[in-house]
Write a protein that binds this ligand. Sequence first.
Ligand SMILES: Nc1ncnc2c1ncn2[C@@H]1O[C@H](COP(=O)(O)OP(=O)(O)O)[C@@H](O)[C@H]1O
Ligand SMILES: [Mg+2]
Length: 245
Amino acid sequence: MGNILTFEHIDAGYGRVQILHDLSFSVEEGEVYGVIGPNGCGKTTMFNALIGLIIPNKGTITFNGQNVTKMKPDKRCHLGIGRTYQVPRPFEGMSVYENVLVAAVHGANHNEKTGREVALKSLELTELYDKREILAGELTLLDRKRLEIARALGTEPKLLLLDEVAAGLTEAEVQDVIKMVKNLKAAGYSIIWIEHVIQTMVEATDHLMCMSDGHELLIGEPRPVMESKEVEEVYLGVEEEDEDE
Ligand SMILES: Nc1ncnc2c1ncn2[C@@H]1O[C@H](COP(=O)(O)OP(=O)(O)O)[C@@H](O)[C@H]1O
Ligand SMILES: [Mg+2]
């Protein structure tokens, strides 16, 4: 299969502060692509450039054969780029089902009837179907993360972006997340998964990129990347800085 996404030599940032420096990588259709790297190295910023919240100063982003480098976020969403946020932000006073329905209606241009089918399918894939009538504000952390993913699925993405969905979960809950991501891959979604929980990356990804200072430090099979000297060194560097504080 071909690539669903390619970043070529991307420079991007906020105002005059450049965060991504000549970032290049590509994601194959149907794979789970893991992204690691020390705090502040630009992982979430890469997602922001990918969904169109920031526009690169240099380079090209190609999604599903189309140049999307300067395209507006809503247009990219309709093309099939679906994100989750590092901090879940559901409409707390609405039910789980209503939250996902809103995503389907606004993100994928559904009417309430066709949106209903998409929403229910998204809830099944994230194992929230039985909790669909509960208010979003009453969910546990794990279920809020599930809902965050269900809302992204509601927009009918081809490429699903997961930003630290395993953060803050217990080990058993992390296993549930890994299972869910594997199910999503089996259902045909391509996935980019940013995560700090190392175990998830080794168990669930097909390729792994370690970023450092806005650039790809190393890309390859998950385990060799994780066990490499370069990756160990960027993380060690960060820990030593922490010890000085
Ligand atoms: N909205 C913003 N405006 C200015 N700087 C930002 C903004 N968001 C993030 N940054 C900065 O960009 C850098 C990379 O952040 P981020 O992409 O969130 O890192 P990561 O997700 O890898 O932890 C950090 O130095 C952060 O302070
Ligand atoms: Mg981040």
